[in-house]
Every structure is written in structure tokens, then in C-alpha cells.
Design a protein around this ligand. Structure first.
Ligand SMILES: C[S@@+](CC[C@H](N)C(=O)[O-])C[C@H]1O[C@@H](n2cnc3c(N)ncnc32)[C@H](O)[C@@H]1O
Length: 246
């Protein structure tokens, strides 16, 4: 599977699926990953700080779900954060967690954002790109709403690169995780979707190529936990591409 022939899942199906598991999403994330997911989000927040500095004026967290990356960003940076997602029940949980913090919530489709061009200094997305119906269009939208030289940081599951480890991970992801996730959430489809979508999703190099095609500059990536996840990043081009595609 290359980035050129990859097409993502149907948006409405994804929206309904996350609505159905929102009440168990956080618990299952931490339980099934043995809380490694927290370390990955902290790594993403630190990467934003490295690329955009400790005080970028504005930061947008897309596909924010229940808001854990937005909270990590708030802990690592002094910035005004907007958390955005198109799934109302996920955002309801995020709102509950944000409490009185200054994080703003905007319900919106990441493929058609309600923000003007060049609005943000940094845009993040954790475990969202794989869920977008059209990941290339999603990256173009990110580029569009970033200020010139604003930073994009994308955290996503990827392809393990260590021998043997990749087989152990594959066994856990295919055989154990769907059973546990299905029983605890009461939705076996959603936790079968997770390994299926990760398997279908392009590898590190192809995501990098997708970023470049969406006209990001100074792109790069770093494997996390031996490539189970990866952080990708890039800077917005001076003249953002049309978000409508090539
Ligand atoms: C796996 S969750 C990730 C949530 C959160 N970022 C995290 O780190 O836990 C994926 C999220 O992407 C959202 N999503 C998928 N497609 C979207 C779209 N087109 N627009 C906005 N949100 C979308 C889903 O609603 C879901 O909340």
C-alpha cells in the first residue's frame, strides 16, 4: 500500500464509531497501550515546543477526540489551544476534562475547517490521519490554516521496524487487542477496525511523501516505541496549496 493508492474510511462511519465508544475510549487507550499512549502524546507536545518554540500564540489540535493531546500541549506550552473534532460525544468528554482551562472546543470536520487561511502557529493531530476519509486533503487543510512557517506535528500508528518485536506486536494487535477492546467497550467492530486500519495505513516513508505532496517543507519523522507509532512533522509552505486537491 502506497500513499498514492491509500484511501481512508468513510467519514460518517468513523464519526458513528467514535460516538459509540466515547464512554470507554480513554480507559481503553491507556489500558490497551499500558499507558504508553501518554508518553507518545507528551513526545508530540515536546516536538511542537521544539519546532514552534515554547510560546506559539495559537495552536490547533485536530481530531482531538477526548482531548488528551490538547491537555499535553497545555502542559508543555504557553499557548492558546483550540481542540477540534467532528464527533460530539468525544468532544463532550473532552470538555469535561478541560474543566475551567482555557482550551476552546470547536466541532468541525478536519477536511473542511471553519478557520481562515494562515490562522495558527502550530497544528497537531494524534491518531487522526489514519481515520480521515482523505488524508492528503486533511494535510492540505492543515497547511492552509497554518501561518507561513507554522509547524504541523502528526502522531499516528506506524510500522514496527525492529525484527521479532514486529511479530510480537502484530500478534498482540491482531489477536488480543480486538478481543479485549470488544469485551470492555461492548463494540467488537470498533476494536477490529483499529488493527485493520493500522495495517492498511501507509508506512513512515509514505506518510512523509504525503506531507511533501501537501507542500510541507523541512519534513521529518521519528519512530516511537520501535515504530509502533511515529511522529511526523513539517512546516507550512509560504503559499499554501488549494485545499481542494492537486
Ligand atoms: C483515534 S481518535 C484520536 C483522538 C485523540 N486525538 C487521541 O489522541 O486520543 C480519532 C478521532 O478523529 C476524529 N475524526 C476522524 N475523522 C475526522 C474528521 N474528518 N474531522 C474531524 N474529526 C475526525 C474522530 O471523531 C476521533 O475522535
Amino acid at each position: 500500500m502506497t500513499e498514492r493508492d491509500y484511501s481512508g474510511p468513510d467519514s460518517r462511519r468513523v464519526q458513528q464509531m467514535f460516538a459509540g465508544i466515547a464512554h470507554r475510549y480513554d480507559f481503553l487507550n491507556h489500558f490497551l497501550s499500558l499507558s504508553v499512549d501518554r508518553r507518545w502524546r507528551n513526545a508530540a507536545a515536546r516536538k511542537v515546543r521544539d519546532l514552534a518554540g515554547p510560546t506559539p500564540p495559537t495552536c490547533l489540535d485536530l481530531c482531538s477526540g477526548t482531548g488528551d493531546l490538547a491537555i499535553a500541549l497545555q502542559q508543555h506550552l504557553q499557548t492558546q489551544i483550540i481542540a477540534s473534532d467532528f464527533c460530539h460525544p468525544m468532544l463532550t468528554r473532552a470538555r469535561g476534562k478541560f474543566g475551567r482551562s482555557a482550551i476552546r472546543v470547536v466541532e468541525a470536520d478536519a477536511l473542511d475547517l471553519p478557520f481562515p487561511n494562515t490562522s495558527f502557529d502550530a497544528v497537531t493531530m494524534a491518531f487522526g490521519l489514519r481515520n480521515l476519509e482523505d488524508p492528503y486533503r486533511g494535510l492540505c487543510e492543515i497547511n492552509r490554516v497554518l501561518k507561513p512557517h507554522g509547524a504541523a506535528v502528526i502522531l499516528e500508528f506506524s510500522k514496527p521496524v525492529l525484527p521479532v518485536f514486529d511479530q510480537i506486536f502484530d500478534f498482540y494487535f491482531r489477536a488480543i487487542l480486538p478481543c479485549l477492546g470488544g469485551v470492555i467497550s461492548g463494540d467488537s467492530t470498533a476494536y477490529q477496525y483499529l488493527p485493520d486500519s493500522v495495517r492498511r495505513f501507509p508506512d513512515q516513508e509514505h506518510v512523509l511523501e504525503l506531507l511533501r505532496r501537501a507542500e510541507f517543507a523541512e519534513t521529518g519523522y521519528k519512530n516511537l516505541s520501535g515504530g509502533i507509532a511515529a511522529l511526523h512533522w513539517g512546516f507550512a509552505h509560504k503559499s499554501p496549496p488549494n485545499s481542494g486537491g492537486e
